[in-house]
Design a protein around this ligand. Structure first.
Ligand code: GLA
Length: 411
């Protein structure tokens, strides 16, 4: 077995064995910006992971070496979560997620131990496959591994269930990055299963698996190569707009139907039916009308896609992805020229069943459901047309539905 790389320059004595912990990235078939509206999502974990390899230390220090950034980071577990803000300020972005998970675990009264580890992986960073969620969930697994059974993650008799772990890492993401994200990315990573997509109700957190293994169809992820700073502030603004639209719709409906219990208990856009929205939408400011209209329709689209996949009608399901993209572009307004270019290019390639932007928006990638025999044609079309339309190159990746997180003691 290969020795643990000597990336740390001192002579720390390790009493514990070498171990590794990992968690996958995700793609989302449909259900974008529905998670923080109490709605539905349909992601799958993919065969790309974020991973730690290292050993427990005798003290409360965490030292990390990122192979991607070729950089060290170090923080202390002492005094967390109170010391979080101060420590965060001195850390590079990637290490803040690892610190954030420690802060949330200690907030849950879990005692952690320090460790030294190499952080690596093959989830494209910032590319729309949720590299940060993969890093957070892998961090939780790493803490479980390196903290001498202080806690465990699992379905039965464990300290944290997968979905509780997802919730904890969602909070870690929020405090680490300032993005007031929903639970989609972390849940998708935690719940991954080979050849399965997962339908998650983001309100009840109930979920069920759907077979996702058509041997003739590939999941193709195309990265625009674009990352925009604006993404976090625009995301948080969308979230606020949804809250405002919810309140206004509830007030409008209750005014007309004061006895309507259902209307009085509207808390999230999930609670507003398409019929109610049609009746009252004209009274919303134009922007809120677009935002709420998109979310309410997108929830319906998730359920439609689930039904079609269960009936084996993947071609029909693909058509709904195009419609989802149009909603993200025109109503939710989180797309950008580069994402639109990729979706337009894909639309003209026979055998592409559906495509849409994926994730928060303003860059990142598109997801494409593609007949295997059409993958090369799609690749060629992107190579020929995208640089002209976007002034840069796009990268293409084929993903498979894969298992969730794990860890292993190596020696
Ligand atoms: C980001 C967030 C998720 C989700 C998506 C949009 O990936 O982290 O919680 O809201 O955007 O669907």
């Amino acid at each position: 077995m290969a020795e643990f790389p000597r990336v740390f320059d001192d002579k720390t004595a390790y009493s514990s064995p070498l171990g590794a912990a990992w968690a996958p990235g995700r793609v989302n078939l449909i259900g974008e910006h529905t998670d923080y509206n109490g709605g539905f999502v349909l992601p799958l974990a993919v065969d790309r992971v974020s991973a730690f390899a290292g050993r427990t230390r005798e003290d409360q220090t965490v030292r990390l070496w990122s192979t991607h950034f070729k950089a060290y980071a170090q923080f202390s577990l002492e005094g967390l979560p109170e010391t979080f803000d101060e420590q965060r300020a001195n850390l590079p972005g990637w290490a803040r997620y690892v610190l954030g998970v420690a802060a949330e675990l200690t907030r849950s009264d879990i005692a952690l131990k320090g460790f030294d580890a190499v952080v690596s992986g093959d989830v494209p960073l910032g590319g729309g496959m949720s590299s940060s969620a993969a890093l957070e969930i892998a961090s939780a697994e790493a803490y479980a591994l390196f903290s001498d059974h202080a806690f465990s993650i699992g379905e039965k008799d464990a300290t944290l269930t997968p979905i509780e772990t997802a919730g904890l890492c969602q909070r870690a993401e929020q405090i680490a990055s300032g993005l007031m994200c929903g639970i989609l990315d972390q849940a998708a990573s935690c719940l991954g299963q080979p050849r399965k997509a997962v339908l998650l109700d983001c309100r009840s957190l109930d979920y069920r698996y759907l077979p996702f293994e058509d041997p003739d169809v590939s999941v193709v992820v195309i990265d625009t190569g674009v990352r925009r700073e604006l993404a976090t502030s625009a995301y948080n603004e969308r979230r606020q707009q949804c809250e405002e639209a919810t309140q206004r719709l509830r007030d409008l409906i209750v005014q007309v139907e004061p006895e309507n219990e259902q209307a009085r208990s509207i808390k999230e856009l999930r609670d507003v039916s398409p019929e109610q929205f049609e009746r009252f939408k004209a009274q919303l400011p134009a922007v809120l009308q677009k935002r709420a209209g998109y979310v309410i329709a997108e929830n319906e689209r998730v359920l439609q896609v689930v039904k079609l996949l269960e009936e084996g009608k993947i071609e029909e399901a693909g058509k709904i992805l195009w419609i989802g993209h149009a909603g993200l572009r025109d109503e939710y307004e989180v797309s950008c020229n580069e994402l639109d270019a990729l979706v337009d290019i894909a639309h003209e390639v026979p055998g592409v069943l559906g495509a849409r932007m994926m994730g928060g928006g303003f860059g990142g990638c598109t997801i494409n459901l593609v007949r295997n025999e059409a993958v090369d044609a799609l690749r060629q079309a992107v190579e020929q047309q995208y640089p002209e339309r976007a002034g840069r190159e796009a990268s293409i990746d084929i993903c498979r539905a894969a298992a969730g997180p794990g860890h292993v003691v190596l020696n």
